[in-house]
Design a protein around this ligand. Sequence first.
Ligand code: ADP
Length: 270
Amino acid sequence: TRIGIDAGGTLTKIAYWDRENKMSFKSFLSSDFQGVREWIENKHSSSAICLTGGRAEQLKKFLLSKQDLPYMVEFDATMNGVMYQMKQEVISSSSAIIANIGTGTSIHIMHDKTHSRIAGSGIGGGTLLGLGMALTGLTNYKEMIALSKDGKRSTIDVLVSDIYKDNKLPITGSLTASNFGGVTLKPEQARSRADLLAGIQGIIGEVVATLCIQAAEAHGVKDIIYIGSTLEENSLLQEIIESYTILKNKNPIFLEKHGYSGAIGALLEN
Ligand code: ADP
């Protein structure tokens, strides 16, 4: 059989065909290449591997494979994986902005079968983990995400409506005027770790969505496809991104296997 491996900055994602010929998925921390090697040796030693991702070369050396493993350029693999998932989920779009929210964020435009990178930001999943750890001491991704869902952003952020209290609103009042500005401007309020984590999710979601909305405006497209493992089990981030994108009259699209597009693309290329 075959397997596609996307070795990223934080996570190494694997897509493979199981015994029933169903596409299946597995991920490891990229700090655990040993785990990746054992998984391949124990379960997939005779599989044909195709690699992609920024750490593919490092992983290749670690696997000490006799054969030279094929490598696919990350963005090509990601696009292939996105196209495949769209077909599976019966979503059609001939032109779209694609935002990959990985450790950092990269933004692409797709027209039919061509694509190019148009922007990027250091604000991404690594920021969520890093700021989350700095502000709460938590280190576990799933724990942070779960706790953030109980958080309230009202004590963390300043909304447009907080500033324009009795005045006529120049823009929608529910928009964030200042992410984390509430920490100094609403001093008496108690803030929990959950609130801080929800505030961090707000920064990531609003920055990424804003960049994508502006890119969509500049290129005259309506669909924005958001992918990357930062969306994994992360309904709060999805809601933040979705509501802001819709407010700005764009069409947000989320795919089921958020972080696995690169791995799927590499699997299908074999
Ligand atoms: P990369 O290819 O750069 O590794 P990903 O698309 O895999 O990027 O996204 C990495 C991000 O996904 C992390 O920064 C984190 O926010 C999030 N994430 C999701 N699941 C996990 C996990 N189990 N452990 C750590 N981070 C995770």
